[in-house]
Design a binder for this molecule. Structure first.
Ligand SMILES: [Fe+2]
Ligand SMILES: [Fe+2]
Length: 266
């Protein structure tokens, strides 16, 4: 079904990158589809046994490019799922287009179910929404069950990451987001220190508190993870996986850091 000759890890950033390709199971990252002033964002395709999910496909900026790219792997009309980690525009603002151009179901956190229709035309979502309850979900996708893993308040109040048990990749959404130089964006970081300067300020401001960071880290430390792949910037692999989980576990952020000084009239 997929015959495209793709770049491999570490190749030019102006191509999709296969994170995994084995036994009729492919995970692809698209990192170069956003142009102009918008923040760089990654979109992901998981393809298994003629079934496919797009994770966090983004907004209008990425729709056309992503549609063209995934058509190299599959008949796009038969896309099974558009999966949204949370409600932000860089996550799922293109939803209406995917609903019109494919037969997909949209998979969204319960907390945002009634906000998502603001991205679509009236009636377009009827019978096409799968809601992820707060405790998470196992989503049937070909031969695997894609796990929607709770990551609430990291940063959105209702937020999920997606764990692929076959590739052992954790698609971590905005957690781990790093705005690194584009020439290294396709090279997974093996040391947290290589990425930290490009992620620390973001996490201190956007993540909610050490309490939720610590709970997430306890969960993640018990998982079998080959790679953590955020929605912005580089992936983490090798030693950087445990280093990243340790960093998040100890992170003081969000409400930990604010004082009365942050709440004064301008
Ligand atoms: Fe976000
Ligand atoms: Fe984001």
């Amino acid at each position: 079904m997929y015959d495209r000759v793709n770049s491999t890890l570490g190749a030019s950033p102006a191509m999709p990158v296969e994170l995994f390709n084995k036994d009729n199971h492919v995970c692809v990252a698209f990192r170069d589809l956003v142009s102009g002033e918008a923040v760089q964002a990654n979109q992901f395709l998981i393809f298994d046994s003629d079934h496919a999910a797009l994770i966090d496909p983004g907004g209008d900026l990425t729709y056309t490019g992503l549609f063209m790219e995934i058509s190299n792997y599959m008949n796009v009309k038969s896309l099974d799922y558009v999966v949204a980690s949370h409600q932000d525009p860089d996550i799922v603002a293109s939803l209406n287009k995917w609903l019109v151009s494919t037969h997909c179901k949209v998979v969204v956190p319960a907390l945002w179910e009634r906000f998502i229709p603001h991205f679509t035309r009236p009636g377009k979502l009827a019978g096409r929404v799968i809601v992820i309850p707060d405790e998470g979900l196992n989503l049937e996708l070909g031969s695997i069950q894609l796990k929607a893993v709770p990551a609430h308040f990291l940063h959105a109040e209702g937020n999920f990451q997606f764990y692929d048990p076959k590739s052992r990749i954790l698609f971590s959404g905005d957690l781990g987001a790093n705005l690194c130089p584009t020439d290294v964006i396709d090279e997974p970081a093996t040391r947290l220190d290589d990425v930290l300067p490009f992620m620390d300020a973001f996490h201190k401001r956007y993540m909610n508190s050490n309490k939720v960071c610590h709970y997430w880290a306890n969960m993640a430390a018990a998982m079998d993870i080959s790679m953590i792949v955020p929605q912005h910037g580089r992936a983490f692999t090798g030693k950087a996986v445990a280093e990243f989980i340790g960093y998040i576990s100890n992170l003081k952020c969000g409400v930990d850091l604010v004082t009365q000084d942050n709440y004064r009239l301008p």
